[in-house]
Ligand binder design. Structure first.
Ligand code: NAP
Length: 247
């Protein structure tokens, strides 16, 4: 078991990539706080699934983009599990449009969720991690933040910002044995990409050297590795998992 005795908070883990990460971490012996914003049934379902495998997971409703809710979330995790060792900043949304048509609301909502949400949760877990002299922070960014993507100026700005955040924080907390890394997925089959896939599955697959979309589990494997002792000499890195899309 790679994560025995650890406690992880995975934001946005009721569905998609976050769900796969929570499950994969639980299978490695980690206790998991499953955060969601609306989908209570799915979050509870995942906790039950983890319980049936002999693990421990609890659901926590919180909109991570709001400081007060993020604080209640982290306080709740600390009260329930007694510690937090791993934070996976995964919660994210898209509001795609060309800039000329992009409303200020859609600009701000994406930045608030995908970037300010990370500020909120990370700042809140940092003190306990510093105290225990051990921590892993894993930020789910995107290839959009590396290459840019038409129709995603808001999302790409947030994800590029998250890459800068990852590297800066990694430098701030390395001396406290807290490692901060990012994963930049390409196209992964989740609710987020469902519409895109329906509209142009073949075209999409043709642009990817490996010829297919990735699965949430293929991101989860990397997250488990980065959270484990095996990744003890890796910090400030962004690992791209994209089937060769951006090479
Ligand atoms: P998804 O299937 O749409 O799931 C999003 C998850 O985030 C859900 O669990 C949702 O909770 C939660 N969430 C949304 N807003 C939240 C908020 N304000 N507070 C707390 N939780 C919130 O998305 P996904 O495809 O798994 O994406 C996960 C992460 O990977 C995102 O950061 C995304 O940008 C990134 N990513 C995805 C892809 C891809 O191809 N799918 C590629 C690159 C990067 P509810 O279920 O309660 O709504």
């Amino acid at each position: 078991m790679l994560l025995a005795g650890k406690v992880a908070l995975v934001t946005g883990s009721s569905r998609g990539i976050g769900r796969a990460i929570a499950l994969a971490m639980a299978k490695e012996g980690c206790q998991v706080a499953v955060n969601y914003v609306g989908n209570e049934e799915k979050a509870k379902g995942l906790c039950e699934e983890i319980g049936s495998l002999g693990g421990k997971a609890l659901p926590f409703k919180a909109d991570v983009s709001r400081w007060d809710e993020a604080k209640t979330l982290v306080d709740g995790v600390l009260a329930s599990f007694g510690r937090v060792d791993i934070l996976v900043n995964n919660a994210g949304i898209t509001r795609d449009n060309l800039l000329l048509r992009l409303s200020l609301d859609d600009w701000e909502e994406v930045l608030r969720t995908n970037l300010t949400g990370v500020y909120n949760c990370t700042k809140l877990v940092l003190k306990p991690m510093i105290k225990q002299r051990w921590g892993r922070i894993i930020n789910i960014t995107s290839v959009s933040g590396i290459t840019g993507n038409p129709g995603q100026s808001n999302y790409a700005a947030a994800k590029a910002g998250l890459i800068g955040f990852t590297k800066s924080l990694a430098k701030e907390v390395a001396s406290r044995n807290i490692l901060v890394n990012g994963i930049a997925p390409g196209f992964i089959a989740t609710d987020m990409t469902e519409k895109l896939v329906k509209e142009g599955q073949e075209e999409l697959a043709a642009a990817i050297p490996l010829g297919r979309l990735g699965s949430p589990e293929e991101i989860a494997h990397v997250a488990v590795f980065l959270a484990s002792e095996k990744a003890g000499y890796i910090t400030g890195q962004i690992i791209t998992v994209d089937g060769g899309l951006t090479m």
